[in-house]
Design a protein around this ligand. Structure first.
Ligand code: CA
Length: 225
């Protein structure tokens, strides 16, 4: 499989290209946006590895152009900037995955294999409310841009509510989302998970709240300052 590595750091290019070749990939390289555009116009690559900081501009502009043309080639973005804001921008631009420099080479190979397995129309989305974000692809919660662990059911609950901020979610809907149909559900099971998630959010200093609307369901809102 043929990959295009778009990166201007010569020693990094040598290192990555050599490693990818020994992992069985064919690798073309481009050190500029212009070079990358020429390569993409000529060859249909299995995936792109894209550095953001290039001498003639922002690597993400290549991504926007490709997605604008409806090209779904998987793109792994390499960035020295690990901040959540850059992740949001990149995901909105249609990146499939990220790797923050410096990274372990094994990690790069693993991510590329995952990208090539993934249906190419599958793009992750980041949902945000207050200082909390949820990455629907990595199924990871961030509070103040730091990843925070949650159990599987707390994660499912957060995902459900953060996608519906300001709207009341019926309890029966939460129940069916959190528990399989065949599962025996105790009458207070949903409350238990709401209580746990609420406590974790409070402990982490999150600026979102989960309100119980008696007899109806649950409502997530951004906390008033
Ligand atoms: Ca660079």
């Amino acid at each position: 499989m043929r990959l295009l590595l778009i990166e201007d750091n010569v020693s990094l290019v040598e290192l990555i290209a050599k490693g990818l070749a020994s992992a069985g990939f064919e690798v073309d390289t481009a050190a500029t946006l212009a070079g990358a555009r020429d390569a993409i116009a000529e060859i249909s690559y299995a995936a792109l590895i894209l550095d953001i900081g290039l001498p003639d501009g922002d690597g993400l502009s290549i991504l926007r152009e490709m997605r604008g043309r409806g090209e779904a080639t998987p793109v792994l973005v390499l960035t020295a900037r690990g901040g959540l804001r850059d992740r949001v921008t990149g995901l909105n631009d249609g990146a499939d995955d990220y790797l923050v420099k410096p990274f372990a080479f094994e990690e790069l190979i693993a991510r590329i294999h995952a990208l090539l397995r993934r249906p190419s129309d599958f793009l992750g989305k980041l949902r945000q409310a207050g200082n909390v974000a949820f990455d629907t692809m990595g199924r990871q919660m961030y509070v103040n841009e730091r990843p925070q662990p949650l159990s599987a059911r707390e994660t499912a609950l957060l995902e459900l509510l953060i996608g519906r901020v300001g709207r009341v979610v019926p309890k029966s809907f939460v129940e069916s989302h959190l528990f399989g149909q065949s599962e025996e559900i105790r009458s207070n099971a949903v409350e238990v998970y709401v209580h746990r998630l609420r406590k974790q959010l409070a402990d982490l200093g999150a600026t979102i709240e989960i309100h119980t609307i008696r007899g109806v369901g649950y409502l997530m809102t951004e906390a008033k300052a």
